[in-house]
Design a protein around this ligand. Structure first.
Ligand code: GLN
Length: 490
């Protein structure tokens, strides 16, 4: 009988390195699932089966030759389609980039490849990563594998679904206001947004440059730690990428108790949170009890400006997006209008009018307005001041605790089309996530237990700047405490 395939990145890499499994077998299994399920899920926009298998064979022969394989040696993974990778197209979910093929690798793509990963495909996303449900993609929505009538969350919906559906063992997404954590929560996988500056953004399509950060999605915290360790660290092409040395994230895992750890609970994220579903609040409380059982101390903290973070985020993110998206002019690359006549300005206007979708246009208009003379002080500057207050709230909270815990989203996965007519309702799905980006902090979403009839939901752990280690250590301990006694590590 064929051996059951391992389910995680770390177990797969180990089995391949030990010669118990070939990368070809692991890659064929992932491609088989893509073949079977991608048409109904819509998670991958491009699949490179041939390239992936050729690369897998190369890893297998490297192993036979006794060469070291790297931390992701032979493991199939996927990338969000706003990350440049030579050899595959990149759309960022937009018609305006249809046909574009990046001429260079993003630093994160180069790093996973150098670590031996097999990139099997690129994941669907909200157009330019603008959205919370993965319904703004120009290439169709992604569906939640736990209920095909529901959204997977966005904007890294394709990445979360790829991991949940076994299209590879991990994925890289990007998070500007929650885009890794929200889909991870709604699809029941682990998603980590690193500290701003921890991971290079070189070669990643810019949405809001002071907020964007690339991070891993995976099935366990250990796998997320492995991926983060591979992609993190200084990059000479990105001056916003910090010079900090990268800790060994995996070395901090495996603790049996959380004694000495202070977990902050903000009432603004629980009792005092508007729109928080009561079942969600119950599930978070159960997790807090479990953290306490594991030895952690629960401390009440305050985040008095959290109510303002959504408004500040949607001003700052749209302002930065309106500047970043100016480069799509139909002249240098991307979609160019085929209509004739008129001058250069009209060509640019037509190309942009045809190439961008509704939500992207809305953001460009909002951002342009917020930055325009006469309104700058009232909107953009004010939002930057609020951003500082939100940041200072976290600094004050972290003088009483080592990390914060709460819900990632106010509700579980909603139905497709339920919120597309009401942008504000959609934006409110980010109530708990955007403050983290404004403050530049690391945060992760990990699945909470699911009872019969329930959809997945995420526990949000927020840490001090550059302290992903504490988040991963707590998440890993909590995760293992949920396994049945004697149950093997997947
Ligand atoms: N949902 C948020 C938005 O639409 C966050 C997106 C993101 O993190 N990329 O702006």
């Amino acid at each position: 009988m064929a051996m059951a395939l391992p389910k995680t990145i770390t177990a797969t890499a180990r089995a391949i390195a030990a010669g118990e499994l070939t990368s070809r077998t692991a890659t064929e299994a992932a491609l088989g699932r893509v073949e079977r399920d991608n048409a109904s899920l819509g998670a991958l926009l491009h699949v490179d089966a041939q390239g992936a298998l050729a690369r897998a064979d190369q890893i297998d022969s490297q192993r036979r030759a006794g060469q070291p394989l790297g931390r992701l040696g032979g493991v199939p993974i996927t990338l969000k389609d706003n990350i440049s990778l030579v050899g595959m197209p990149m759309t960022a979910g937009s018609r305006i980039l249809a046909g574009y093929r990046p001429p260079f690798d993003a630093t994160v793509a180069a790093r996973v490849s150098a670590a031996g990963a097999i990139v099997i495909g690129k994941c669907n996303l909200d157009e330019f990563a603008m959205g919370s449900s993965n319904e703004t993609s120009a290439f169709g929505p992604v569906r939640n594998p736990h209920d095909l009538d529901r959204v997977p969350g966005g904007s890294s919906g394709g990445s979360a679904v790829a991991v949940a559906a076994g299209f590879g063992f991990g994925s890289l997404g990007s998070d500007t206001g929650g885009s890794i954590r929200l889909p991870a929560a709604l699809c029941g996988v682990v998603g980590l947004k690193p500290t701003y500056g921890r991971v290079s953004r070189y070669g990643v399509v810019a949405f809001a440059s002071s907020l964007d950060q690339v991070g891993p999605l995976a099935t366990t915290s250990r796998d997320a730690a492995r991926l983060l360790g591979v992609i993190a660290g200084p990059c000479r092409h990105d001056s916003t990428c910090a010079d900090h040395s990268v800790p060994d994230f995996e070395a901090a895992l495996g603790r049996e108790s959380l004694a000495g750890i202070r977990v902050g609970v903000a009432r603004e994220h629980l009792d005092g949170a508007d729109g928080l579903d009561s079942a969600m609040s119950r599930r978070v409380r159960e997790r807090l009890e479990r953290l306490r059982d594991l030895g952690a101390d629960l401390v009440d903290v305050e985040l008095p400006h959290s109510h303002a973070s959504i408004a500040a985020y949607y001003l700052i993110a749209t302002a930065e997006a309106s500047a970043n998206l100016a480069r799509y002019d139909g002249v240098r690359f991307g979609h160019r209008s085929a209509a004739h006549g008129g001058d250069l300005e009209q060509l640019i206007a037509r190309s942009r009018g045809e190439g961008f979708g509704r939500e992207v246009k809305r953001r460009i208009m909002l951002g342009t307005y917020a930055l325009s003379s006469g309104y700058y002080d009232a909107y953009y500057r004010k939002a930057c001041q609020v951003r500082r207050l939100v940041h200072d709230d976290f600094v004050a909270a972290f003088s009483h605790c080592d990390l914060l815990a709460g819900p990632v989203s106010p509700v579980t996965a909603w139905r497709l089309a339920e919120k597309t007519g009401d942008p504000l309702a959609m934006y409110l799905m980010d109530v708990f996530t955007t403050a983290v980006n404004l403050a530049g902090l690391p945060a992760l979403s990990m699945p909470m237990p699911v009872s019969a009839g329930e959809m997945p939901a995420g526990l949000h752990l927020i840490g001090r700047a550059f302290d992903e280690t504490t988040l991963l250590g707590v998440a890993d301990c909590l995760e293992r405490s949920d396994r049945e006694p004697g149950e093997a590590t997947p």
